[in-house]
Design a binder for this molecule. Structure first.
Ligand SMILES: [Zn+2]
Ligand SMILES: [Zn+2]
Length: 365
């Protein structure tokens, strides 16, 4: 039986629905029926051709939740929890990290492994249903599977989506200490997640700069103490407010989750001397900025860290925290609209124009 899948044939081309061949399952393989797959900002960037080395045509969708239809010799998830057909699971999109190259073995940095493949990004549609915008997803042998914690629904996980894990990773990568003042730049899914986890990690004051207002309201619901709107405040007004709140020093920790290059100059400006700046919003290339290294970094004694993608531990840990704090972290409420496989073009447009905080592809709809 063929599998319907939404296919991005090349950058800027209209989305198409293709019928893909049913994969023949290898030993260790799993077939999922897709419940929901997210539309991440990265999918918009893929559609704009902003990531190098993408083997178009692709089936997008790197974070997905599905129901196990069939497994070949797999009876447990990556944490050892038993898994059987009918169970609702998610999986780690990064795959085929080799464990033997210089990056894996010496640098301890598997996200730079040259053999690394990512569901929904680096697999061609010609290789099979290896992205979430499809009725079924084939998990190749070795894909890290995770049964959803009992407290969580598919909507909780997909409402957070890849931004939930990236925001968690960015907070982990910072030096955030209890009672810090944390500034989050950006109120998309990564920024919302970073705000939530910064507050949980013990920030005394969590500030989110972003827009539009519905996203800032979500940020406040998820843990931000103060939101500053890009629409109503000038950069100078935002600066004055943050300096006033921090005794003129600036934020202890700044996390960039906007994907806008201009945010980075503002981020350095609002970071206190000796503070830590984590740049997590530039997974794809959004362009250059001009920076004065003396003022922004050297004299400031700034610690600057990049966070590119996530590791599996972020997925496990973020979902454990989400399960524990489900009452205060309503990521399911971020979902703005569900789209069928024939509506993925509108989903990309709606995410690009910020019309919905989180668009979800529901292939069975
Ligand atoms: Zn490697
Ligand atoms: Zn993503």
């Amino acid at each position: 039986m063929a599998i319907s899948a939404a296919v991005m044939t090349e950058p800027h081309a209209p989305m198409e629905v293709w019928a893909l061949d049913d994969p023949s399952l290898e030993e260790g393989g799993i077939l999922l029926e897709t419940i929901a797959s997210e539309v991440c900002g990265t999918d918009v960037h893929l559609h704009h051709g902003q990531l190098a080395g993408v083997p178009y045509p692709i089936v997008p969708g790197h974070v997905s939740v599905g129901r196990v239809l069939e497994t070949v010799g797999v009876d447990a998830d990556a944490t050892g929890a038993p898994v059987a057909p009918g169970d609702v699971v998610t999986f780690y999109d990064v795959h085929e990290v080799c464990g033997t190259c210089w990056h894996c073995l010496v640098a301890g940095q598997p996200n730079r492994c040259p053999n690394r493949r990512v569901y929904g990004i680096t697999y061609s549609a010609l290789e099979g249903p290896l992205g979430g915008w499809a009725e079924r997803i084939y998990l190749k042998p070795g894909v890290r599977l995770l049964k959803l914690p009992e407290a969580l629904s598919a909507d909780d996980v997909i409402g957070g989506g890849c931004g939930l894990f990236t925001g968690f990773a960015a907070v982990e990568r910072s030096s955030l200490q209890m009672a810090d003042t944390v500034l989050i730049q950006g109120s998309g899914p990564v920024g919302l997640s970073a705000a939530a986890f910064a507050a949980l990690r013990g920030a005394a004051l969590t500030i989110v700069i972003g827009a539009p207002s519905d996203r800032l309201a979500l940020a406040a619901d998820l843990g931000a103490d103060l939101t500053l709107s890009l629409e109503t405040l000038t950069r100078e007004e935002r600066r004055e407010e943050i300096l006033e709140l921090t005794g003129g020093r600036g934020a202890d920790t700044v996390i960039e989750a906007s994907g806008n290059p201009a945010a980075v100059t503002e981020g350095f400006d609002l970071l206190r001397d000796g503070g830590t700046y984590v740049i997590a919003g530039h997974y794809t290339d959004a362009g250059d900025i001009e920076l004065n290294p003396h003022i922004a970094i050297n004299r400031k004694h700034a610690v600057v860290r990049g966070q590119w993608g996530t590791e599996f531990r972020h997925v496990i840990r973020a979902l454990r925290m989400l399960a524990k704090h489900r009452d205060r972290l309503d990521f399911a409420s971020i979902i703005g609209r569900r789209y069928g496989l024939d509506e993925t073009g509108s989903a990309l447009e709606d995410v690009a124009s910020l019309r919905v905080p989180k668009a979800v592809i529901a292939p069975q709809a």
